[in-house]
Design a protein around this ligand. Structure first.
Ligand code: SAM
Ligand code: SF4
Length: 334
């Protein structure tokens, strides 16, 4: 059993057992809510962690209590050595998961099966081809949709991440939920969050409350079931009676879930972020490359973690543009 007080325990007693590793700042899509149209300045290649460095740093976290690792990005599957990396990380005693835009998933199905990676979060913001092209600035809807069907057919546990935007895809909430009637999918509606260059505006966001209102207006109250959320779950989970799948809302803006946060993030260029919204980062890669122990740096970062959203504990503070001094989401690893 893990000791309760590790270098991953913060001052509020939260244990950070879930590491999200961004493998790359690159992506084959250009989602408007994630990155500016002109792209982002990429880190020089020499600043990006090699797969040996990722493995060694990940192992340090696992040795200190991490039990779950999620690969993200950018788009993790565009990284050339991602296959090798997944193979290695799967040897660690952790649950390995991935968040992907789904475009390249078919090429990795056999590997996922072989290494025991069973859980995938796939991003899909609209069930309409043209709307997808508009939001991703690329034309891959059919490919992604077919890959989701393939994953389900092959028995993977698939969650669909859908960022809701007012006047854009909020009229598709019921269509997405109806997918769960016959398929064991989980649809996760995500409140639009502010990051550098994504033109965030509270008025564009579709809140948890608004999603539930839409659901209540469509389904009979007796059909609508509130599920028990898993410990450390960021989502509030629901099911429509007799449907195979479920749906959830990730309400980081209107109802943050920081009390039970167990997440910590490593960016592709080796910076540790103790919160998705943190404006400060801790450089792990430089001391690692100098052969120094990174444990003290990790501990300092964890101890500095604020109670709620990097100190933005009210909606007013969160709405204040001056509060947001962060990277673009593509460079953080959502
Ligand atoms: N490329 C992969 C993908 O799209 O799934 C992984 C990286 S992406 C940054 C991870 C998740 O962050 C995606 O589900 C995406 O929808 C979500 N995301 C990106 N920008 C966001 C924002 N501004 N608000 C809410 N979610 C966002
Ligand atoms: Fe790429 Fe994912 Fe960002 Fe879309 S959300 S641009 S797929 S990293």
């Amino acid at each position: 059993m893990k000791e309760p007080n590790t270098i991953l325990t913060d001052t509020f007693g939260r244990e950070h057992t879930y590491l999200r590793i961004s493998l790359t700042e690159r992506c084959n899509l250009r989602c408007t809510y994630c990155m500016p149209a002109i792209g982002i300045p990429l880190s020089p290649k020499s600043h990006i962690m090699t797969y040996e460095e990722i493995f060694a740093i990940a192992k340090e976290f696992v040795d200190n209590g991490v039990t779950k690792i999620r690969l993200t990005g950018g788009e993790p599957l565009v990284r050339k050595d991602v296959g090798l990396m997944m193979e290695q990380l799967a040897t660690l005693p952790v649950e390995l998961a991935i968040t992907t835009n789904g475009v390249m998933v078919d090429k990795f199905i056999e590997q996922f099966k072989r290494i025991g990676l069973r859980k995938l979060n796939v991003s899909l913001d609209s069930l309409n081809n043209d709307k997808n092209t508009a939001i991703t600035r690329r034309d891959y809807f059919t490919k992604v949709y077919n890959n989701i069907q393939l994953l389900v057919k092959e028995g993977f546990e698939v969650k669909i991440n859908c960022v809701l935007m007012k006047g854009f895809n909020d009229n598709e909430i019921i269509d997405f939920i109806e997918l769960t009637k016959t398929q064991p999918l989980q649809i996760r509606f995500i409140e639009f969050m502010p990051f550098d260059g994504n033109k965030w505006n509270f008025d564009k966001l579709v809140s948890l409350e608004e999603v539930l209102k839409e659901v209540y207006s469509h389904y009979d109250v007796k059909q609508f079931i509130r599920l028990k959320d898993a410990p450390n779950d960021t989502a509030k989970n629901y099911r429509i009676k007799d449907y195979q799948g479920s749906f959830a809302v990730i309400s980081s803006v209107t109802n943050p879930f920081c009390d039970s946060c167990n997440r910590i993030r490593l960016t592709a260029n080796g910076q540790l972020k103790d919160c998705l919204f943190s404006s400060t980062e801790s450089d792990l890669l430089t001391p690692f490359r100098e052969g120094k122990s990174i444990a003290p740096v990790i501990q300092k970062a964890v101890l500095a973690k604020k109670k709620v959203r990097n100190g933005m504990d009210t909606l007013e503070k969160f709405k204040d543009p001056d509060s947001h001094d962060n990277r673009s989401m593509i460079a953080i690893g959502g």
